[in-house]
Design a protein around this ligand. Structure first.
Ligand SMILES: [Zn+2]
Ligand SMILES: [Zn+2]
Length: 137
């Protein structure tokens, strides 16, 4: 299946296709996103219905307690190592996909910056976006 929000890892072994529209699109500057990306932030599209995101291929997962105190499961391709999506243990219906894993990354329309309190001066993201010191809600 291909949708506006289809994508996958760099080698193609793990693929996803999300139906419907994301409920939140953000750049996240939390420490976890910095460590995993190797740069100043991660960029995500979150979908509220896990069943609306079809995943093919077998991702490997690892778990970490995030800045927010929530446990997150990071899913990455075991072949190429690309991070593809993540889930929050306490909110099993939510799935966030990495913006640059989209087949059409231009479909990403960021609405906010989260964990701006952790951002670095050298990681200037769109200054017109609202900045949350942490995660809203
Ligand atoms: Zn891969
Ligand atoms: Zn983050």
């Amino acid at each position: 299946m291909t949708t506006r929000y289809s994508g996958g890892c760099a080698c193609g072994a793990v693929r996803y296709a999300a139906r419907g529209e994301p409920v939140f699109q953000n750049h996240c500057q939390c420490v976890d996103c910095q460590k995993r990306s190797g740069t100043g932030h991660g960029s995500y599209l979150s979908f509220a219905g896990r069943t609306h995101v079809e995943i093919t291929g077998e991702a490997s997962k690892w778990r970490i307690t995030a800045d927010s105190g929530n446990d997150k499961l990071h899913a990455f391709c075991p072949t190429c190592g690309t991070p593809v999506y993540l889930t929050i243990v306490a909110m099993p219906d939510v799935i966030a996909i990495h913006a640059a894993s989209l087949d059409d990354p231009a479909a990403f329309a960021p609405q906010a910056i989260t964990y701006g309190a952790r951002g670095h001066g050298w990681d200037a993201v769109d200054p017109t976006l609202p900045v949350f010191e942490r995660m809203p809600g």
